[in-house]
Structures are given as C-alpha cells and as structure tokens.
Design a protein around this ligand. Structure first.
Ligand code: ATP
Length: 323
C-alpha cells in the first residue's frame, strides 16, 4: 500500500471533516501518500483528485459539511462510469480508497471493489443512524443535538402561547432522530416510520389533555412517518381540534449543519484511524463500525440500510413521562 484516496459521498453529515482529517493524518503517519477526491464518485470520474498534506486538514475538525464536497453521481451506477473512475485512480497509482457516506455509497464501493483491484473501506457518515454493523454513525449525535436545541426553543414559544406544535425532524426511513430528540425534549407523541401511529389516538389524548387544561403539547414527527409528515399530522389535528392553537414547524436542513458534537468528532477520528489501519492490515471491502465500543468490520455488501425494531417500551416511557 502506497497511495490512498479519501472521498465523501451521498448526504453530508457533521463530523465528515473530522473523519477526513483522521484518514489523511493517519495515512501520512504511516508514510502513505494521501489523495483527496472532490465531490465523491463524480470527482473520481472527472479526475478531481489532488494530493493532501497534513496541513490540508488543519482547522477542519470543528467544521460541519465536508471540505471534499459531496455529490450524487448517476454515471457511477454503470460499469462504464466505474471504469472511467478506476482509470483516473490508476493515473495517481492509488491502491486504497476510503469512502465516507451512507449505504448507497457503500453499494457503489462494493461494486467498484469487485470489478477492479482497489480495496475499499467504508465509514458510515449519515445523520440517520440507519446502517447495519455499527451502533452509531458519524453525524447522528450532532443532528439530534441540533434538533433538541431547536425544539427547546419552540417549547418556549409554545408555552408562552399555550400552543400545540407539530415538529418535523429528518428521517425518511429511520426514526432515530425523532425518537431521541422527542424523548429528550419531553414530546407527548413521537411518530416514526418504524411504527404505525393512529392519529385518532393522538386526537383523543389531545382532547383529554385539553379537559385537564394541558394545552402545551409537542409532537415530533419523522419526515418518513406514514401519516405523511408534520404538515399532514398538523392538518388533521387542526381539522379535528379547531379549538387548539396548532402550529407546524419543519426543522429541515439545519439538522445537517453545524459544528460536530464531541461524540461525533471522537467517532469520526476513531473510524478514520481504523480505516487506514484496516487497509494496512490487508482487511478489504468492509465498513468500519463501532459495536459495544469496539471496532467492528462489516463486509460492504452487508453494510446496508438497517430498519431496526424500536423497543415498544420507549413509547410507554414517552407516554408516562409526558402525562
Ligand atoms: P445518504 O443516504 O446519507 O444520502 P448515500 O451514500 O446512501 O448517503 P446515495 O445517493 O444513495 O447516498 O449514494 C451516493 C452515490 O453512490 C450515488 O450517487 C452513486 O454514485 C453511488 N451509488 C449508490 N448506489 C449505487 C449502486 N447500487 N451502484 C453503484 N453506485 C452506487
């Protein structure tokens, strides 16, 4: 192993920069040449590949986003596109690749590493925490903390006006951001893609709350909840409970940005270090995860979107604590 490259791909997540920094500096420590690839697989196809030094990653551990930029790349789904990417890597004699991204990016890396002789290592960088083979993903903790900060602010105004707020957080397929932020902000209800919630039950509870003069209510909805997101939940509540002062707030992209939390910086640093270590050890085509605080390898084809069962006891806890 002499020359390795690193890229970020798919949706950005806070902590990706800390991971890039760890890969670059660990590589340099082991006397490897380290290349950065701009805009994920698109940059691989367009030969946007440049050598990185230790100072290329100075002053980025605390920054959200990704200095390597990220993109989605249609051509990489096709063999011809991947071949072009391979030829570009060969121009720089790159013999190891670290891909920081979500399960889609790992699918791409898996195909690429099967077709060409470039070992790939994946690092889970996604705010959704929806990837098998790791207890958490780079960006999740920061996204949850951003959501909590925003929801706390909404609670202040909800309280001042006796309002009901329906708040939408990110999570198209996974409800972890909703579950964690909802529990941490004392939400009355949490709606997730993993579990069907009857809006009728919520309406009945809201009416009961109203009878006992509990007027401030927070409902946290993951964008992928099957009722149809916060807008639809809010619409139904307004229709069925016109006497309540109901507002809808969609948190949106603020959840992707901002300085990574301590947890994400540590996760990213540890995983980036482990990625280079794995390449040096000859461990190829795996995703680095952390399970029970230990580095854990998952073959790239098994590092898929994981829809985990959410323990129903959580919903009991939510109900008891918010009553
Ligand atoms: P996130 O879910 O956080 O947005 P992701 O990595 O899953 O991240 P995708 O858009 O699914 O994001 O994938 C990123 C890129 O990886 C795609 O634009 C494409 O270039 C490549 N890719 C994804 N799936 C495949 C596949 N099956 N075959 C080849 N390339 C793929």
């Amino acid at each position: 192993l002499n020359n390795i490259a690193v890229l970020t791909s798919g949706g950005d997540a806070p902590g990706m920069n800390a991971a890039v920094r760890a890969v670059v500096r660990t590589g340099i420590y082991h006397q490897l040449n380290v290349y950065g690839i701009m805009y994920g697989y698109r940059g691989m196809l367009k030969n946007e590949i440049f050598p990185m030094e230790s100072k290329s990653v100075a002053n980025i551990i605390q920054r959200g986003g990704t200095i390597l930029k990220t993109a989605r790349c249609k051509e990489f789904y096709e063999y011809e596109g991947r071949k072009k990417a391979y030829e570009n890597l060969k121009k720089h004699n790159i013999d190891g690749l670290v891909v920081i991204g979500g399960d889609g990016s790992f699918n791409g890396a898996q195909k690429f590493s099967q077709e060409f002789d470039i070992p790939c290592i994946g690092l889970p960088g996604t705010i959704d925490k929806d990837i098998a083979g790791t207890d958490s993903t780079i960006g999740f903790d920061t996204a949850v903390n951003t959501a909590i900060e925003a929801i706390d602010k909404i609670r202040d105004t909800a309280d001042a006006h006796d309002r009901l707020f329906v708040i939408e957080v990110m999570g198209r397929d996974a409800g972890y951001i909703a579950l964690h932020s909802g529990i941490s902000t004392g939400a009355e209800h949490i709606l997730l893609p993993e579990r069907k919630t009857e809006v009728n039950d919520i309406i009945e509870e809201l009416q009961a709350n109203e009878r006992r003069r509990k007027l401030v209510n927070l409902i946290v909805v993951a964008e992928g909840d099957e009722t149809g997101g916060a807008a639809e939940v809010g619409r139904i509540i307004k229709e069925r409970c016109p006497q309540l002062d109901t507002r809808v707030c969609i948190l949106g992209h603020i959840q992707r940005g901002g300085a990574p939390s301590c947890t994400d910086r540590i996760l990213a640093s540890r995983m980036g270090y482990a990625a280079v270590d794995a390449l040096l050890e000859g461990i190829h085509n795996v995703m680095i995860g952390i399970v029970n605080d230990k580095i854990h390898y998952t073959p790239l084809d098994k590092a898929v979107k994981a829809k985990q069962e959410i323990d129903p006891e959580w919903f009991k806890i939510v109900k008891i604590l918010a009553s």
